[in-house]
Design a binder for this molecule. Sequence first.
Ligand SMILES: [Zn+2]
Length: 294
Amino acid sequence: MIFEVITEILLLYNTPELYLEMNKINICDEKSVMKFIKNYGIPFNLSIQENDEHFNSNLSFINDVETVSVEMNALLFFQELVKFQQILRMWNDIVEENAEIMTKIKHEFENQATFNQRHQALFREALSSEEYANYIFNDSKLFLRGGELKKVYEAFKGNPDKLLELNKVGDELNNTWERVKDETDIKTIAFTYLNLKLKDLEAGETATRVIDGNIVPAMKFNNLTEVASFQLKQAIFKDLKLEECINCGALFEPIHGSQKFCSPLPGRKRSTCENTFNQRKKRERKNMKESRKK
Ligand SMILES: [Zn+2]
């Protein structure tokens, strides 16, 4: 069941830092996932139920079918979330000119291009698609992992068109690598790789709507990860530089130059992190005074 949701562009204005809140989710920590859901609702397939009330529900389900579909969506969401968080981290590391990470990115880029080139050569040698699939899955060690991946392997084996598609994706990566590999500025190489990665990130699509009898531009999103990815891309276009919150260590988008904490959550005036930090300081001062008295 796939529903399409037109998310009001308003959502973007109300929660301009949704993408950074999404970056804070630790998928190994249920509490951090629930904290996000409490503030923003279920992040995937917003319209699992057709009435909007469900959006802010406390995850209570009516029947088994619904529970399963919510669980499946959670899985899909985590998969997309991991991809999103990796790309955001990569972007931030490059902006901060982290030399070690940029060198790693260059190696990853090179390894992937070499891997592709080797397999494309095999493909051109006119092997059967089955042989080609064998090569790909043996060489990438995917085959050895069995289970789910075995199904993927079988699907590719029986579908030469899909293999050709893979080949084409590989072409773009190889060509791009060949173009930038001798570049002396490692930042350019890292950004080029990041740009390829960005293409994997679904970030909604442009659409139009009618408001007060006029056709106006709008964005169409299928889920909150797409909204977050859209915001991330905007931040990259704007060449923003994120800062680390001195309370929680998470990345935030400074609205003014002296900002030291995460921005306030939607609908709130004060930053939660700023409050927590100040209260802790106050407690510490109080404790210091008391210990001096003794
Ligand atoms: Zn913070």
